[in-house]
Design a protein around this ligand. Structure first.
Ligand SMILES: [Zn+2]
Ligand SMILES: [Zn+2]
Length: 760
C-alpha cells in the first residue's frame, strides 16, 4: 500500500498514542475506591455485633476530644524531632515526647512525597496515585470522602491557616481561613508569620472545634539550602515555641471545660539530603506523628525509636477522635494507643467500626476477597466480639470478660493490620499485562518508523507500507491466534483486575489484529532491507565504511551512559560516569590527532558512516548531514579532506594542545562539584564560590567567562548578531546580579544578606 509520508506519520502517531495510553493505564493503577455511594449520604454505622442478646448501641460513639489542633510542618523529617536536632532545637517537644502525655510514631508517607497528595492521604486515608503529582499545582476541590467533609457535615467549626493548597482542596469547609501561597520558595519567614499572627486571637476564642495550621517555612529552607543548613535549627526552635504556646493554651482551656483536647504534630513528607522531596528515600518518607492529649497516660518508654505506622492511619484516628464515620476510602488502621485509655467496650466498638470499613473496601476492590487472610481474621474477631457482648450484657465475672476482651482486641488488631496491608498492596500493583500490550504496540510502531525513515525522506516523500500482503499471510493468522489464546489464558487466570481484560472482546480483538499486522509489516520491511543490503554489499562501488576508534568510543559511551541510568543510584551520581566518559573521549581524540599528525594521513578521507549503507537514494540528504557534522564537531576536522598535514604550523600546535586544555578544564570543572548529590552538604569549590563571602570572586569569574564566550563566538557572526549576543550576555550578568548572585562593579559587597541562593 502506497502512503504519503504525512499520512504514514499521522497513522504512526495515532497508534503510538493508543499504545502509550494503554501503558500508562497499566502503570498508574486505579486507586482503591469505594463504589457503594457516590454522594456522601449518611449511612447508618455498623451496629455492635452480638450473638443472642441484641445490643442497643447502634449510634456512632461520641467524640473523644472536644477540640483538635493539627499542626502540620511541611517537610518535617523524623530526625528533626526524634534525633539530635530535636533534642537541641525542640526542647519542649522532646519533653512532651519523653515524659508528657503523648503518643509518638514515625509515619511513613507513600511516594509521591509531594504536599498535595500527602494532605489528601492524611485527610482521606486513601493512597493517591502518581497522577496526583501532575495535578499538584492546580489542585481541584477534593470530592472524595474525607475527615474535613465529615466534620463539616457534623457541624464542626473549622479554622485553617497556612498553605493555600488546603483552601483549594476544601473551598467551603472552613469558617475562617488565611491561605499562603507556597510559590515563593526563597521566603521562609513571611509564610510562617502569616500563620502565627492569627494564633493569639484564635486560641483565646472558644468558637471552634478544629484548628489546622500548615507551616511552610521549613520546606522552603530545605529547598534553598538543604537539611544541614543552620537556618533549620532556628526554624525548629520557632516551631517548638509555637507548639508550646498552643499546648499551654489547650491545657488551660481543658481546666475550664473538663474535656480533653487533642494536639497533633505531624509533617506531610520529609526532605532528602539535598533538601528536595518527591521520591521514596527514607529521609523523604519518614515523618514524625505525635498525638498529645491529657486523655493519654504518661508513660516513659522506648521513645527515641517510635513505632512505624502509615501516614494514612491518621484519618481513621482523627475520625474516631472527633466522633465521625471513618472516610470510606481510607486504607489506614486506627492508631490503637489513642483509644487505649477507654473502657473495653468502647475500644472494641472503635476497632469493629474500622474493621467493617476496611473489609467493605476490600470486598469492593478485590474479587477474591473471601480468600484474603485479613477478611477471615475480621470475621473471626466479629464472632468473638459478639460472644463478648453477650457475656458483657449478662454481666459475667470480670476476669472471664477481661480475658476474652483482650483476645478479641488482639484479633481485631491483627485483622486491621492485614486488611490495611493488602489494601495498600492493591494500589502498588502494576497492571503488567496492559503495560506489556502497550509497550509492544509502541515498539512495533517505532521499529516500523525507523525502518521507513530513508524511504520517507527520499524525494518522492512517499513510501510503500507492506501491510496488505502480510495481512493475508500465514504469519498474521498464526500471530492472531497465539495472541488471542494468550489473552484468554491471562484474563481467566488473573486474580487482580486488569484494565485490558476489562475491555470488550471486540476492542481487545481489534488491538490483537493491530499488533499482528504491525508485526508482519515490520518483518516484511526488515526482509526487504536485508535483501537490498545484500545486493549493495556485492556492489564494489560502495565505499568501504569502517568504524574508527572514536566512533566506537562515542557509541559505546553513549550506550553505557544510557544503560547506567537504569540504576537508580546512578541517576543521582550520574556525573561520575559523565566525567569518566568525557576524559576517555578526550584521550581518544588526542590519540586520533597525534596519529594523523605523526604517522601522516594514512587513512582515506571517509564519509560519515552513520548507517547509510543500504540506501543509495538518500545520499544527498546524508551528505548534507555530514557537512553539518564537520561544522558542529571540531574533532571531525581531522577527518575532513584538509587533514592536519595541510594545516599551518601554529594551527597544528593548537590542534595538538587542545585535548590537554580540555582535559585540564574538565578537571577544574570537576572540582566545582565533586561531592555530587549524596554528599552535597560537604564543602566544595562550588560552595566556596556561591557563599556570600566570595561574591566578588564569583563576579569576576562570571564576567570573564561571559567575555570569553563573546570573544570566541563573535568571529563568525554578522554585526547584528554580534550586538544581539553582547546584549544577551549582558542580560545574563544583569539577571544574576539582580537576584543577588553576583555584584555590579559599582556595588559594594553587603555582608548582611544572610540568604544563600544556589546558582543554577
Ligand atoms: Zn510539603
Ligand atoms: Zn517542598
Amino acid at each position: 500500500m502506497r502512503l504519503g509520508s504525512g499520512t504514514f506519520a499521522a497513522c504512526c502517531v495515532v497508534i503510538e498514542v493508543l499504545g502509550v495510553a494503554l501503558f500508562l493505564r497499566g502503570f498508574f493503577p486505579a486507586p482503591v475506591r469505594s463504589s457503594s455511594r457516590t454522594e456522601h449520604q449518611a449511612e447508618p454505622p455498623a451496629p455492635e455485633p452480638s450473638t443472642g442478646a441484641s445490643s442497643n448501641w447502634t449510634k456512632l460513639p461520641p467524640p473523644l476530644f472536644s477540640k483538635v489542633v493539627i499542626m502540620l510542618i511541611d517537610a518535617l523529617r523524623d530526625d528533626f524531632v526524634f534525633g539530635s536536632k530535636g533534642v537541641k532545637f525542640m526542647p519542649y517537644t522532646t519533653y512532651l515526647v519523653e515524659k508528657g502525655a503523648s503518643h509518638s510514631f514515625v509515619a511513613e508517607a507513600k511516594p509521591p512525597t509531594v504536599t498535595m497528595p500527602r494532605i489528601k492521604a492524611l485527610m482521606t486515608g486513601s493512597l493517591p496515585g502518581f497522577i496526583d503529582v501532575v495535578r499538584n499545582l492546580n489542585s481541584p476541590a477534593l470530592l472524595e470522602d474525607n475527615v474535613i467533609t465529615q466534620a463539616k457535615a457534623a457541624g464542626k467549626r473549622m479554622i485553617f491557616y497556612g498553605d493555600e493548597t488546603w483552601v483549594k482542596l476544601f473551598p467551603q469547609h472552613f469558617v475562617e481561613y488565611d491561605g499562603t501561597t507556597s510559590f515563593f520558595v526563597s521566603d521562609y519567614t513571611e509564610v510562617d508569620d502569616n500563620v502565627t499572627r492569627h494564633l493569639d486571637k484564635v486560641l483565646k476564642r472558644g468558637d471552634w472545634d478544629v484548628l489546622i495550621l500548615h507551616y511552610l517555612g521549613l520546606d522552603h529552607i530545605g529547598h534553598i539550602s538543604g537539611p544541614s543548613s543552620p537556618l533549620i535549627g532556628h526554624k525548629l526552635s520557632e516551631m517548638d515555641n509555637i507548639l508550646m504556646k498552643i499546648h499551654t493554651s489547650l491545657l488551660s482551656e481543658e481546666r475550664e471545660n473538663l474535656s480533653p483536647n487533642l494536639l497533633v504534630l505531624c509533617g506531610d513528607h520529609g526532605m532528602s539530603e539535598t533538601g528536595s522531596h518527591g521520591a521514596s528515600s527514607m529521609e523523604e518518607v519518614n515523618t514524625p506523628l505525635i498525638l498529645i492529649s491529657s486523655a493519654f497516660e504518661r508513660k516513659p518508654g522506648d521513645i527515641r525509636h517510635p513505632k512505624h505506622v502509615q501516614q494514612t492511619d491518621l484519618a481513621a484516628t482523627l475520625a474516631i477522635g472527633l466522633g465521625l464515620p471513618i472516610p470510606e476510602n481510607s486504607v489506614g488502621s486506627l492508631l490503637f494507643p489513642s483509644i487505649e485509655g477507654r473502657p473495653v467496650r468502647e475500644q472494641l466498638r472503635f476497632l469493629h467500626l474500622n474493621a467493617v470499613q476496611l473489609s467493605k473496601l476490600l470486598q469492593e476492590n478485590v474479587p477474591s476477597y473471601k480468600k484474603e487472610p485479613g477478611f477471615e481474621q475480621f470475621k473471626m474477631a466479629e464472632r468473638l466480639h459478639g460472644n463478648w457482648i453477650r457475656l458483657y450484657l449478662e454481666e459475667s465475672t470480670s476476669e472471664v470478660l477481661f480475658n476474652l476482651g483482650t483476645k478479641v482486641r488482639r484479633q481485631y488488631l491483627d485483622a486491621l493490620r492485614t486488611l490495611s496491608l493488602s489494601l495498600s498492596r492493591q494500589v502498588a500493583q502494576y497492571d503488567i499485562y496492559s503495560m506489556l500490550v502497550g509497550t509492544v504496540m509502541v515498539l512495533e510502531v517505532l521499529t516500523l518508523l525507523l525502518l521507513s525513515i530513508p524511504q520517507a525522506l527520499s524525494s518522492k516523500a512517499e513510501l510503500e507500507v507492506p501491510l496488505w500482503s502480510p495481512v493475508f499471510s500465514l504469519l498474521f493468522y498464526l500471530m492472531f491466534l497465539v495472541l488471542s489464546a494468550l489473552h484468554v489464558i491471562v484474563c481467566t487466570s488473573a486474580e487482580s483486575s486488569c484494565y485490558f481484560c476489562g475491555l470488550s472482546w471486540l476492542m481487545a480483538g481489534g488491538v490483537m489484529v493491530l499488533i499482528s499486522a504491525l508485526l508482519c509489516a515490520v518483518v516484511s520491511a526488515l526482509a526487504k532491507m536485508f535483501a537490498s543490503g545484500k545486493l549493495l554489499s556485492k556492489n564494489p562501488a560502495h565505499p568501504n565504511s569502517r568504524w574508527s576508534e572514536l566512533d566506537v568510543v562515542i557509541l559505546l559511551g553513549t550506550m553505557g551512559h544510557v544503560l547506567s541510568l537504569g540504576a537508580s543510584s546512578f541517576i543521582e551520581e550520574e556525573h561520575q560516569t559523565w566525567y569518566f566518559l568525557v576524559n576517555t573521549l578526550c584521550l581518544a581524540l588526542c590519540h586520533e590527532i597525534y596519529r594523523n599528525c605523526f604517522l601522516g594521513n594514512d587513512c582515506e578521507p571517509r564519509r560519515c558512516s552513520h548507517g547509510e549503507r543500504g540506501f543509495v537514494n538518500t545520499a544527498p540528504a546524508l551528505q548534507d548531514r555530514s557537512i553539518g557534522h564537520d561544522e558542529l564537531e571540531p574533532h571531525r576536522v581531522s577527518k575532513s579532506p584538509t587533514s592536519l598535514n595541510t594545516l599551518r604550523g601554529w594551527e597544528k600546535w593548537m590542534a595538538m594542545a587542545s585535548p590537554w586544555v580540555i582535559l585540564t578544564c574538565c578537571r577544574l570543572l570537576r572540582s566545582l562539584n565533586q561531592t555530587g548529590v549524596q554528599w552535597a552538604h560537604r564543602p566544595d569549590l562550588g560552595h566556596w564560590l556561591t557563599s556570600s563571602d566570595h561574591k566578588a570572586e564569583l563576579s569576576v569569574l562570571a564576567a570573564l567567562s561571559l567575555i570569553m564566550i563573546f570573544a570566541l563566538v563573535q568571529r563568525r557572526c554578522s554585526l547584528t548578531s554580534k550586538v544581539a549576543m553582547a546584549l544577551g550576555l549582558l542580560g545574563v550578568y544583569c539577571y544574576r546580579a539582580a537576584i543577588g548572585n553576583v555584584l555590579f562593579p559599582w556595588q559594594r559587597d553587603s555582608k548582611d544578606i544572610s540568604k544563600e541562593t544556589p546558582t543554577t
